[in-house]
Design a protein around this ligand. Sequence first.
Ligand SMILES: *[C@@H]1O[C@H](CO)[C@@H](O)[C@H](O)[C@H]1NC(C)=O
Length: 214
Amino acid sequence: MSARLTIALLCSMVGAATAQCGRSDHPNCAMWNRNVNFCTNEARPLAVRQAYCPVMCGNLGCPNPNAPTTTTTTAAPGTTCAKWAADATKPFCANPDLTVEQKTQICGTTCDFETKPNADCVLYTVTDGKLTRGTPSNRTAGPAKAVSSGAVATTKTTLARAYAGTGCTVGLFPDLAPADLTKPAASLVGTATAHFFPVPDQSNAALSYTCTCV
Ligand SMILES: *[C@@H]1O[C@H](CO)[C@@H](O)[C@H](O)[C@H]1NC(C)=O
């Protein structure tokens, strides 16, 4: 599904006053704002700016998507949720800008893990532009142990996103059996308020990861 259609569908589910406000920003917002002052550029209709960059452009009267919401939202159909969840550019369930409440109200069944995580860490892979949640894993008791990440070179399956529970760290390693588990190539640290992270480009093909928690 195109980003434009996703935005249109998401907008059709929220209240009329801010109906054109997207629920999170398009990945290019920062660049657009640098290049053409997107947030204040009246050459573009307000509705377009609200749809594409509601969070970064705090000047457009859009609700803060990180605030707890009591807006009445209608649940989206399962097939729609599955498409949104698999959107590698703007994955619904793994979107750090949406609240648990929003994910629960709109796509609670599809986002079952993300709304009620029953494990400490998970990686999301992308194959042919489709995002898939991998097998969740829990912290290891005792010394960290690396487990397979789900990246597969032959199918061009790469790591795109990670979930880390509060106080848990996803450590990414290029090798399947890393020699030194204390030196990951990248570390993604979950806090009470941040759980979903993009995987840094240099670790997209990392073959193993550790899940450690304090
Ligand atoms: C992780 O631990 C929870 C209990 O804390 C358990 O319900 C869940 O099945 C475990 N998940 C995995 C992948 O081991």
